[in-house]
Design a binder for this molecule. Sequence first.
Ligand SMILES: [Zn+2]
Length: 284
Amino acid sequence: MKIKNKYLRYFLGYLLSLVLKIILYEKFIINKFRKENSLLCVYFHNPSPKEFERFVKWITYKKIGFVSESEVISFLETHQKPVGSVWLTLDDGWASNLDLVRIIEKYNVPITLFLSTSAVKTGFFWSPIYVSENDSLKEFHTFNYKEKIDIISTIESKFSNIGRTALSVHEIIEMAKNDKISFGLHTHHHLATKYLSQEELYIELELNFKYVSSILNKTISGFAYPHGIFSGNEKEVLEKFNIKYAVTGKKGRIYTKSDPYYISRYGYTSYSFLENISRIFGCW
Ligand SMILES: [Zn+2]
């Protein structure tokens, strides 16, 4: 077919070269990633099944492969890279996570879910309500532990009829029947550990650990820092609960030299699929 309009011809040529450039660049990025002795941890909160499946399907189609929590622990200990490279994690314990189980089963994907247990108990998360009333958590972080707990308790009683947004005990037990799903801690009240003393962190982990252990008969090895932030002094307290690793909100890959208690991750955001892929695989 001969295109007579000169400008249309230029434009189509430009589009074609752009598409080729993107395809070649994607191939280059993925090949580079495969060769590197590193793993990639991606975290979600409450993704829609559609966007979660799209991501899982893409990783499967590109033959990048997934790793489980135990494979990541083994990689950090032995420095032997497993077959797959991407570790999926879910933070908080949103009720909608239950809809992901059929996708986890369909693609046989391992995933680790970090539970904040006060939300499991009350049925909802206090922080989105606090943020909607106060714009951010900036001031909240400056309060002492007692003040924080008082604010959370007030929100929990005021909004007790809001309806469930967090997983229930029954739903967690259902999810735990799948061997591909492992569970970790996330503090009881979803508090940033950066602003807690060692004693307060101990209280938060003890409440969290006891609640999760009362629901599940599974070994708990991991922890995710609420809000992704940390002080750098948490390791000592985490070890008291036999926690072998902790994941942060800091962007980056997992290397053999990575500190297991401050693991980097990439968050899957509400931006477009292509933008997420580009960010996660280091295009920008
Ligand atoms: Zn969280």
